[in-house]
Write a protein that binds this ligand. Structure first.
Ligand code: CP3
Length: 356
């Protein structure tokens, strides 16, 4: 078996709670519109979806933030909505309006016909991107694969796009929970197959984005989001080609349910900026690693402020320097398109140079 361990494996080690040389850092949406080189490649692709569907261009943009900054992981360039697109809902992006579906899921008959797609047949372009990126990375840093959570994907599938009040999906949740469970169970099956295919093609860790789980009432979160996340984690490959494949669950707004998320079987829990990462660590002990949780808006402030705010997060977590572990530094949500690229440099340097 070829040795495929990355030369810099601090990210994987932190997730598995093994000693690290320094706190690893990567940023959600690290390849995005705040980088002029990303905008140039996206223009060459024509639009965002064409960029996702071209393995070579998706690889090119995945590597762009790593060329600029000393990041400890790469994340596959794609989108969570490729899965419902592969289920036949017809994804498109309206300029300035975000994602939309041509055929939102509202009718019982359409919900009954919904099937989990075979990722090798319907999402081959993502799997090709994973293989291409792994080759190009040449084992420098690990590659993270990802998916949306069933509930977050269902929000877009039922609403037909982004939403402020989630009126349609919440009506279904309370009036026809059987229909929502059917959507979520098919999507759970799709996500398991999709993430396992990414792992088989070279993803070395996987992250599940539950962006809208935090919009749910307490009992509804347990039933309609967390239960499905647990099923996914149980269905994932735990090792591949002799290497452990850690999984991360990120429920935005999920700070209230931290202990429950940590008990789901995942290796790492992503935190938004609402929680104090030190409190979070005391609540979960060493059951899981924690990823986060700087407010992305800190990156609009001058570098000295960025440095001070990053140190607050590092200090709150509580361990740093050789031997320490369990913290993957990240933002509490995706980086804004208005972030000055030089400010990211200040953040990465601060995290890497930090010692108590
Ligand atoms: O983190 C990364 O660098 C990997 C790539 C990635 C993208 N989207 C690229 C992207 C990941 C992991 C996502 C996840 C995603 N996509 C989520 C979950 C995480 C989150 O941010 O909450 C969600 C809800 C989506 C759906 C989605 N895709 C929305 C709402 C939008 C529009 C947002 C906007 O700012 O216009 C997208 C488009 C999108 N996905 C962009 C990028 C870089 C911007 C597209 C562009 O170039 O115009």
């Amino acid at each position: 078996m070829p040795d495929s361990r990355p030369r810099n494996d601090n990210f994987l080690r932190a997730l598995l709670k093994k000693p690290v040389e320094r706190t690893p850092i990567w940023l959600m949406r690290q390849a995005g519109r705040y980088l002029p080189e990303y905008c140039a490649t996206r223009q060459r692709a024509g639009d965002f979806l064409s960029l996702c569907k071209s393995p070579d261009l998706a690889c090119e943009v995945t590597l762009q933030p790593l060329a600029r900054y000393d990041l400890d992981a790469a994340i596959l360039f794609s989108d969570i909505l490729t899965v419902p697109d592969a289920m036949g809902l017809g994804l498109y992006f309206e300029t300035g309006e975000g994602p939309r579906f041509q055929r939102p899921l509202r009718e019982e008959s359409a919900i009954n016909r919904l099937l989990a797609p075979d990722p090798r047949e319907r999402l081959g372009y993502v799997l090709d991107a994973v293989r291409t990126i792994r080759k190009a990375l040449d084992n420098a840093v690990p590659l993270i694969g990802f998916s949306g959570s069933p509930y977050t994907l269902a929000c877009y599938m039922v609403e037909g796009g982004g939403s402020r009040d989630f009126r349609h999906i919440k009506t279904m949740l309370y009036a026809r929970p059987d229909l929502l469970h059917r959507i979520l169970d098919v999507t759970t099956e799709a996500v398991i197959a999709y993430l396992n295919a990414q792992i088989e093609c070279g993803a070395q860790a996987v992250m599940i984005f539950d962006t809208w789980g935090g919009s749910l009432a307490d009992a509804a979160y347990a039933e309609f989001s967390l239960a499905k996340l647990q099923n996914i984690v149980a269905g994932l490959h735990k090792t591949w080609e002799g290497e452990k494949i850690p999984s991360i669950i990120f429920t935005k707004g999920g700070g209230l349910w931290l202990e429950k998320i940590a008990a789901s079987g995942c290796d790492g829990v992503g935190l938004d900026w609402n929680v104090n990462i030190g409190d979070a660590r005391r609540r979960v002990g060493d059951k899981v690693a924690l990823q986060g949780n700087l407010d992305p808006n800190v990156l609009f402030a001058p570098p000295e402020t960025i440095k001070a705010e990053a140190i607050k997060v590092l200090t709150a977590f509580g361990v740093s320097g050789p031997g320490s572990t369990g913290h993957v530094f990240n933002l509490g949500h995706g980086i804004s398109q208005f972030t000055p690229p030089e400010h990211v440099e200040a953040l990465v340097e601060t995290v890497h140079n930090f010692r108590f």
